[in-house]
Write a protein that binds this ligand. Structure first.
Ligand SMILES: Cc1cc2nc3c(=O)[nH]c(=O)nc-3n(C[C@H](O)[C@H](O)[C@H](O)COP(=O)(O)O)c2cc1C
Length: 186
């Protein structure tokens, strides 16, 4: 797990999951930018092991697979979750859906505040499908924290994305909305 943080003693933990395994993923860079813009008491941790999870098999659910246990623990230890995912062939990337399938039975998303970020206005199918899957898992999608971002230039790193005033405004607004939803739940 990589931590992108701008503070010393954070006490709110947010797990950020990129649905893309691409090394220079725009979704991952966007989540890193969000971490840079988060208030000092908030730590946004980027989940690193999406591609390490085995294919979901309900028959192996009780087998204490370490990558699965680690994923579940990271979720358990987080107050909220942000998912930023590309769309592939009008659907949710298989690796992300696979990760969600591993936590249907164990229930780490139940009542968890969740923000969905979207880096493309035309990617509507994956967002709708993610919403449906998370809702049936009883995750609490925070609409005010779920945003569609303007085009993310592939040449920009996380610092440069965070320095874009329009993107920073949207990201800060989404983080604030997510934090309010954590407050209202506690
Ligand atoms: C195989 C493939 C299929 C794709 N299918 C869609 C699609 O159905 N709808 C869409 O809006 N974008 C589609 N895209 C574009 C990706 O969603 C887009 O490039 C995304 O920004 C990649 O995210 P990343 O930079 O985090 O890897 C597809 C890309 C690939 C490689």
């Amino acid at each position: 797990m990589t931590t992108f943080q701008n503070q010393k003693t954070p006490n709110i933990q947010i797990l950020a999951i990129s649905g893309s395994l691409r090394a220079s993923s725009s979704n991952a860079r966007l989540l890193q930018a969000a971490a840079l813009l988060a208030p000092k008491e908030v730590k946004i941790n980027l989940y690193q092991n999406l591609g390490e999870l085995p294919h979901f098999n309900p028959g192996l659910d009780d087998f204490n697979i370490s990558a699965v246990l680690d994923f579940r623990n990271q979720l358990k230890n987080s107050h909220a979750v942000i998912i930023s995912s590309p769309e592939y062939a009008h659907g949710v990337p298989g690796t992300l859906k696979n990760a969600l399938d591993w936590i249907v039975g164990s229930g780490e998303l139940v009542e968890k505040p969740i923000a969905l970020f979207n880096t493309s206005a035309r990617s509507t199918f994956a967002q709708a499908s993610l919403k449906e899957t998370i809702s049936v898992m009883l995750g609490r999608i925070v609409e005010e924290a779920s945003i569609t971002l303007p085009f993310i230039d592939k040449n920009l790193d996380a610092n440069e994305i965070a320095a874009n005033p329009e993107i920073a405004r949207l990201l800060k607004g989404a983080i604030d909305a997510l934090l309010r939803s954590i407050d209202s739940a506690s």
